[in-house]
Structures are given as C-alpha cells and as structure tokens.
Ligand binder design. Sequence first.
Ligand SMILES: *[C@@H]1O[C@H](CO)[C@@H](O)[C@H](O)[C@H]1NC(C)=O
Ligand SMILES: *[C@@H]1O[C@H](CO)[C@@H](O)[C@H](O)[C@H]1NC(C)=O
Ligand SMILES: *[C@@H]1O[C@H](CO)[C@@H](O)[C@H](O)[C@H]1NC(C)=O
Ligand SMILES: *[C@@H]1O[C@H](CO)[C@@H](O)[C@H](O)[C@H]1NC(C)=O
Ligand SMILES: *[C@@H]1O[C@H](CO)[C@@H](O)[C@H](O)[C@H]1NC(C)=O
Length: 332
Amino acid sequence: MDLKLSTLLCISLFFSTILTPTLSELCNPTDKKVLFEIKTAFNNPYILSSWKSDADCCTDWYNVECDPNTNRINSLTIFTDDRLTGQIPAQVGDLPYLETLVLRKLPNLTGPIQPSIAKLKHLKMLRLSWNGLSGSVPDFLSQLKNLTFLELNYNNFTGSVPSSLSKLPNLLALHLDRNQLTGNIPSSYGKFVGTVPDLFLSHNKLTGKIPTSFANMNFDRIDLSRNMLEGDASMIFGMNKTTQIVDLSRNMLEFDLSKVVFSTSLISLDLNHNRMTGSIPEQLTQLDNLQLFNVSYNRLCGQIPVGGKLQSFDTTSYFHNRCLCGAPLPSC
Ligand SMILES: *[C@@H]1O[C@H](CO)[C@@H](O)[C@H](O)[C@H]1NC(C)=O
Ligand SMILES: *[C@@H]1O[C@H](CO)[C@@H](O)[C@H](O)[C@H]1NC(C)=O
Ligand SMILES: *[C@@H]1O[C@H](CO)[C@@H](O)[C@H](O)[C@H]1NC(C)=O
Ligand SMILES: *[C@@H]1O[C@H](CO)[C@@H](O)[C@H](O)[C@H]1NC(C)=O
Ligand SMILES: *[C@@H]1O[C@H](CO)[C@@H](O)[C@H](O)[C@H]1NC(C)=O
C-alpha cells in the first residue's frame, strides 16, 4: 500500500473512532446536563458511575433510557442500593419527557415526594417503593393524567389517602400499602373516572367504614388488610363482579357473612381477624377457582358447607370462631 493512502486511512480511522462518537452523540445536551445535576445532588453515588461526560447517555449510561424517536430521556430507574442517600433531587422535574421514574429499594432515600414531579406530564409509571420517604401523598399526582402505575408502598408516608387520585383515568395499579396513612378511605374510590385499578391500601392506620360506593367497583384485586376498618364489607362482593383477590384481614369489620353473595371468579379470599357473624354461605361451595380461603378469628357459627373447595383448606382457615363446625373442623 502506498504511504499516502495508509496515512489517509490512519487519519480517517483516527477521526472516526475518536471524534465521531461525540459528534453523533444521541443524548440531548439539556437532558445530559440535568442528569449530571441529579448525580451531583445524590453525591456522585457509585451506582451512577456509568454517567460520564464522554459517554452517550442514550447508549452508554445505565439507569436511563432515551425515546428512540426523539432521543429524549424517557426513563430513569435506580434500585437496590443502600448507599444512595439524600432526598429525591428537584431536578428530576426537569426531564420533561420522562415516562418512567423508578426509585426503589433505596432505604436511605428520605424526605418527601419531590413537588417538581408535578411537571412530568408524560409520566406513566411512578414507582417509589421500599424507600424511607415520608410526608404526605401529594394531591398533585392526580394531575399526571397518563399515570397507569402508582406505587408508593413500603415507605413512611403519613396523612390521608388523597381522594383526587380517583381522577386518574388510566390507572391500573394504586399501591399505597405499608405506610402510616390515616383517616378514611375516600368515597371517590368507589367512582374511579376511568379504569378500575388494583387497590392496595393494606398495612396502614385507616379507620372508619369502607365507602358504600365500593358496590359500584369491580376491582380485580383489592387489599385493605391490617388497618382499623369497621362496619360492612359486603359491598365489595357481588355475583356479577369479576374480582379475583380480596384481602380484608386484620381489621374490625363487622357484618353477616351469610348474606354475602360471592362471584365465582374469586381466587383468594382472606377475611381473618375481623368481627364477622353469621355462617359460611352454601354458595361458597360453587367457587371452583378458590385457592386461598381464610375466615379464622371471627364470630362465625354453624356447619361448614360440604362441597367445592371448602374441605380442601386446613383447620387454620376456620379456627378461632364462635361455633363453626364440620370438616375440616370437628363434626358438629
Ligand atoms: C443505609 O441504610 C442501611 C439500612 O438499610 C444502613 O445499614 C446503612 O448504614 C445506610 N448507609 C448509609 C450510607 O447511610
Ligand atoms: C398520554 O398517553 C396517550 C396515549 O399513550 C398519548 O397519546 C398522550 O400524548 C399522552 N399524554 C402525555 C401528556 O404524555
Ligand atoms: C419510618 O420511621 C420510623 C421512625 O419514625 C423508622 O424507625 C422506620 O425505620 C422508618 N421506616 C422506613 C421504611 O423508613
Ligand atoms: C347480574 O347480571 C344479570 C345479567 O346481566 C342481571 O340480570 C342481574 O340483575 C345482575 N345482578 C346484580 C345483583 O346486579
Ligand atoms: C389463616 O389466618 C390465620 C390468622 O392469621 C393464620 O394463623 C392461618 O395460618 C391462616 N391459614 C391459612 C390456611 O391461610
């Protein structure tokens, strides 16, 4: 090969390997600047060490993703790191095309839900679970109309359950469980304007009655366990619903179980540790999909109906009632 040509090749190789990557960087410079501010706000944690200025945030950084059409950051996901300390940086609100924000299992992530999150109008998924976050569950979340998945469980949130979240038209999951929320379940949760989300409010300090408006709701999954709810819960059920999983255990619910009509779609029904009276309805023998059933620690009486799945559950599904009898408990 002629010397000139090889030099030329060398030079062009040099430029293509050294210069082209920066010239053709996909990462939006504004997004990149904001991401560096976020990294700084978190005190340059090890988990973000791939966030380097000479690397493309769309192709080379972990924990973020770009929209393939616009190259704007649409996803920020950081999870499982107990060395990440501090609060959610305000700058997350300056990633205007974010659709997914996941900060999970960061036990030293503390403080409130950053108010600047209200600016993220494209947000579909907000998962801030298993952290040390505190303060209230903010009303402004109801302005993020595209939210489908709102998961704030396993934190230290206090205050009430915001009634405004029922205005989110596309919500598929509302997980506010395992916090320290107080007050009533809002009656608006019996009138979600759009889709009916899976509703998880368990392990809080909720009081009062389950809203009667829940009669209109056909939840797929509802978990209100481990609160201090009282009164009736029969409106959650109903022949024509397609509810699959109901956990109302460890409350102070008081109603006559004999009068409740259950849908055959039920897979799991946990009512343990309440104040239910009456007997187990015969109709429960028709629930062929039932895999978990627990009415222990209530005030039930009478014979356990024979048939269906009811004899396949062990005695602990039925024990500690007033006078239940028949298999699997001792005969009447
Ligand atoms: C983070 O939290 C854990 C407990 O989950 C603790 O053991 C650890 O020392 C904390 N780390 C820092 C850097 O604060
Ligand atoms: C919300 O989602 C719909 C359907 O995916 C989309 O057309 C719309 O642009 C989104 N709105 C925002 C603000 O992202
Ligand atoms: C919640 O706060 C209490 C003290 O108020 C603390 O002991 C506990 O670890 C916190 N829980 C979480 C998940 O941060
Ligand atoms: C259940 O649906 C059937 C058929 O659509 C209807 O006739 C019946 O009134 C409904 N029952 C209840 C309790 O809504
Ligand atoms: C039913 O609930 C009681 C009380 O929590 C528990 O001890 C028992 O193991 C449970 N049984 C089944 C089969 O779930």
